[in-house]
Design a protein around this ligand. Structure first.
Ligand code: NAI
Length: 276
């Protein structure tokens, strides 16, 4: 059985999940890492050390498999879980009606279903662990809906809503609940995500590998590390419920709350939609 505090992180083979696994390992945590990407998991385990990290090939949308994995985590840690990080996610880009419904459903099953599966599976462990944190990755898309990512947006709003409701519900069990709304983070998700244009999937070689980041401001390119640092600061006791990385993402939230219609109209104008 492993000694000390334990974190279970999904999407840990890459990007934000991997950076968070590294940071919590630096802080002395044992890391349970889950992903579909076995090569990435192997690389992580080699980096962190086989005694401080165990990995599972897992599709978070598979509830039965998820339950089994968490059963094995409980055996490993003696029932302890200090951090559940629901981070695995996928994106499919394109206008709503251009994306096949099967792809749309998969986005929901992974981005929302996976978070729900994880919380069902891990909650008994979190409840048994003093100071535990249930943390999820939402998105800046959950400030104002991102055109071209409509259902992705919907899943990230859902994660944010789930966070708020559970933050209240689970306070009765001493489990803290929070999420992060990242802007444009330099990870593999952009190169990996299918894009649909006029009903056709863009060939892989035409997909931009680099994220579409701005030069400055809320949508500038940020490395995954500051997102991991937000998870750490939250675990360490900062009571914030929604974490914005970079912090300017919160300005969009405030502006949208003041007038959703003004933001809608500005985005329509900048997209060129409606003009012939
Ligand atoms: P990434 O692609 O580097 O990492 C995502 C990981 O999740 C990958 O290793 C992938 O194999 C894994 N994954 C995907 N589907 C899975 C499934 N069904 N079961 C298990 N693992 C699965 O991308 P990134 O950016 O680190 O993504 C992490 C989270 O951050 C996602 O939820 C994403 O939506 C969110 N996010 C990312 C932003 C960015 O700019 N990169 C911005 C806002 C949110």
């Amino acid at each position: 059985m492993v000694e000390g505090k334990a974190a279970f992180i999904t999407g840990a083979a890459s990007g934000i999940g991997r950076a968070t696994a590294e940071l919590f390992a630096e802080q002395g945590f044992w890391i349970g890492a889950a992903d579909r990407n076995v090569a990435g998991l192997e690389a992580l385990r080699a980096e962190l050390g086989r005694d401080r990290c165990r990995t599972w090939r897992l599709d978070v949308a598979d509830k039965a498999a998820y339950d089994e994995v968490i059963g094995e985590v409980a055996e490993e840690t003696g029932g302890r879980l200090d951090l559940l990080f629901n981070n695995a996610g996928i994106a499919v880009a394109g206008f709503f009606e251009d994306i096949p419904i099967e792809e749309t459903r998969r986005v929901i099953e992974v981005n929302l279903g996976g978070v729900i599966n994880g919380i069902y599976a891990a909650l008994p462990l979190l409840k048994e662990t003093p100071g535990s944190l249930c943390f999820s990755t939402s998105s800046s898309a959950a400030t104002f809906g991102a055109p071209g990512l409509a259902v992705y947006t919907a899943t990230k709003f859902a994660v944010k809503g789930l966070t708020e409701a559970l933050a209240v519900e689970l306070s009765r069990c001493g489990v803290r609940v929070a999420d992060v709304l990242p802007g444009v983070i330099d990870t593999a998700i952009f190169g990996d995500s299918p894009i649909y244009v006029e009903g056709q999937k863009l060939p892989d070689e035409l997909r931009p590998a680099a994220p579409p980041a701005a030069d400055s401001g809320a949508f500038r390119l940020v490395s995954p590390r500051p997102v991991a640092e937000a998870v750490w600061r939250c675990y360490a006791g900062d009571p914030r419920m929604h974490w914005y990385v970079p912090v300017e993402i919160e300005d969009i939230e405030r502006e949208k709350t003041a007038s959703p219609e003004a933001m809608r109209d500005a985005r329509i104008a900048s997209s060129g939609a409606g003009s012939d």
